[in-house]
Design a binder for this molecule. Structure first.
Ligand code: NDP
Length: 331
């Protein structure tokens, strides 16, 4: 099935409906050659957006993506790379925190952080930069000016937010509008069958008011929506990893796993896997610009990109069956 491209909100930039992210996987589960191979397979399938962040594997994820891009030598118009800033790199310890480089969106941190990412990614500019979380201790005006200045310096093209509240996003937009600065273009929220209200309700007015685009994360709820956690966390799966043990309770939740089994029945009727059904459901939402996929193996990426072929099968009847299962459990 050919890739579909959507505009990133009201911007002129087009991103593939399915994109590839690197959280948890790059460096921790996939080495340099695996990363190159996975990015090449994604690109062959029409993926043009690759998501990253400063904090992923403490900089190693950006390094691996940068190495792969240098070797793959794609035309610079054929790919969009993102990074995100907030937690900081080598952010010190609990006793000796690097106070101006940790959990912040202050101007000093942001200006320095983007330079570090450019070096690790080996790029002249980053297409999309995100404020990875809101920072209640920095005036939004300071952050908006810093993002604007980074773009003016030619180090990034578009900026946006990740997991900001609708009020915070609107405040940033209004400040940018008032001072004729580059406006936030996109938000990166969690969105999947068990996590819906922010995208479907909280942000509802922002889509038309400011042309907000969405690049959404964890479409499979970290793998829960593949059905693999029904009998506990399989060895080698994300649910068995110590470094992300905070995910375990959610992945092993009995009610959610029972719901996944019900989605599986629908998937069987449509002739697809439950993962493909769950991914197509996210992609179906018209406000979603790109669904960021995660994969620890090439075979997972291949299966997940097959969700494109499931999109036409999401009839109003199928969607309402899915809604009946999802709505009572979704946050
Ligand atoms: P998913 O919810 O899709 O989870 C991906 C993981 O599920 C894989 O790494 C793999 O883990 C498992 N999996 C995926 N497909 C299959 C399959 N077909 N069969 C079996 N297992 C499968 O997405 P992520 O949570 O990885 O998020 C995607 C991207 O979103 C990230 O890479 C990142 O770029 C972005 N993100 C952004 C955040 C933000 O705050 N802005 C937060 C989180 C993610 P395993 O094999 O190890 O079990």
């Amino acid at each position: 099935t050919p890739m579909i491209y959507r505009h990133l909100g009201r911007s002129g930039l087009q991103v593939s409906l399915f994109s590839l992210g690197s959280w948890v996987t790059f460096h921790n589960q996939i080495d340099a050659s695996g990363v190159r191979e996975m990015m090449a397979a994604a690109r062959d399938a029409g993926v043009n957006f690759f998501d990253n962040a400063e904090v992923y594997a403490n900089g190693q994820s950006e390094r691996l993506m940068g190495e792969a891009l240098a070797q793959l030598k794609w035309h610079r118009l054929d790919y969009v790379v993102s990074s995100k800033f907030f937690w900081g790199l080598d952010a010190g310890t609990a006793e000796k925190p690097r106070i101006n480089g940790r959990n912040t969106l202050n101007r000093k941190y942001l200006m320095q952080a983007v330079d570090g990412s450019l070096q690790r990614l080996k790029l002249d500019f980053i297409d999309l930069i995100y404020c990875h979380r809101p920072d209640p201790h920095t005036p939004i005006e300071e952050t908006v000016w810093a993002m604007h200045n980074i773009i003016e310096q030619g180090k990034a093209l578009y900026w946006g937010t990740s997991e900001w509240s609708a009020d915070e996003i609107r405040a940033a937009y209004d400040i940018a509008q008032q001072h004729h600065l580059h406006k936030p273009v996109m938000e990166q929220p969690q969105y999947h069958l068990f996590h819906r209200s922010r995208v479907e309700r909280e942000y509802a007015r922002l889509y038309d008011d400011m042309g907000l685009g969405l690049t959404t994360w964890s479409p499979l709820a970290s793998g829960l929506l593949t059905g693999k956690y029904r009998h506990g966390a399989p060895a080698g799966s994300r649910g068995a990893m110590q470094s992300v043990s905070f995910l375990r309770d959610g992945l092993l939740d009995a009610d959610r796993n029972a719901a996944v089994q019900r989605f599986e029945t629908i998937a069987q009727q449509l002739g697809c896997s439950v993962a493909q059904l769950a991914l197509a459901w996210v992609a179906h939402y018209p406000r979603v610009s790109s669904v960021i996929l995660g994969a620890s193996k090439l075979s997972q990426l291949e299966e997940n990109l097959g969700a494109l072929g499931v999109l036409p099968k999401l009839t109003p009847e199928v969607l309402s069956q899915m809604d009946a299962i999802s709505a009572p459990l979704a946050a």
